[in-house]
Ligand binder design. Sequence first.
Ligand code: PMP
Length: 382
Amino acid sequence: MNPIYLDYAATTPVAPEVAAAMAECLTLDGNFANPASRSHRYGWQAEQAVETARGQVAALIGADAREIVWTSGATESNNLALKGVLEAAGKGHLAVSAIEHKSVLDPAEWLAAQGNELTLIDPDSTGQITPEAVRAALRDNTRLVSVMLINNELGTVNPIADIAQVCREHGCLLHVDAAQALGKMPVDVAALGVDLLSMSAHKVYGPKGVGALYVRRSGAVNVAAQIHGGGHERGMRSGTLATHQCVGFGVAAAMAADELDSRPEQLARLRDRLWQGVSGLPGVRLNGHPTERSCSHLNITFGEVDGEMLLLSLRELAISTGSACTSATVSPSYVLSAIGLSSAQALASLRISLGRYTSAEEVERAIKHINTVVGKLTAKAS
Ligand code: PMP
């Protein structure tokens, strides 16, 4: 039997509806043309499909379609936001949360190496970045603050609207990496008060290799292009648009918007059942915020067992020790270390993440399997 897929935070399968829409944008009998070809109807049709998709992505976050810049994913969106803002504004200071995804931390370190100033903002023990911590990090020359909406390892939700207020009062821009948040909670750029917001299609049942950056339309928000070419995307990101990718993201975004009233609640019920089913094991603890948390994530420390051994033994589950991007290394997660876990605790922690296709029956099987395996490993250790 195949292992139960409980790694939706790493990526999601493409929804069949999305795959079908994408397939219509590839071959001669489909919508295959270059969306930038203005001289024939094939081009206009492709452009229309891309613009419909842009509207669908914009609608999911309450933005105007003109505020969406297509990218290859959240990694590129994060790079464009940080490097683009610092380049446009001139050298200065940036403040980013210390537990951002590497696709924020690495460009931030790169910018520091280019002569900018960098502050890493520490989270509290729940993984939250508080508005007070942001305020304390600000300087006269702060150009940009970057704090994610949902942490990819913990599932902790940050108080972005309050952080935005601090940034506004100070006169600096706020970038939010929302890769983990789309479809899991309402995301409204106006209500949140953010200037730039990164998205990725493959976390929300769209294809890998496409994402977007929301750039608020305002004279105050300037982003210098990081990929130069034909001047696509209002000069911010050149390159022929991949119609099938954009359309896939668009359909995925529309489906996520349709489900927002019911899916998060349903997932939260399954998540709570899973936690309840394993919380009786000796020494387990739930990492992250007790209430301000994503409907899909569980990050659990299994106190008395070796994490690698645990992962290897949980053969019936497809899960991860940390984020997929860092799981090639066996060093403890920097996110778990930053919220105060010891190396041993961090190494004994697993991220379990649920999604659209997770069933109640799968959750029951997962509970049974975890109890059996952890029970055996604990007996061995004692
Ligand atoms: N930010 C966060 C919070 C993520 O979880 C991920 C995916 N692991 C990324 C950025 C990178 O997104 P992509 O794979 O689209 O480049």
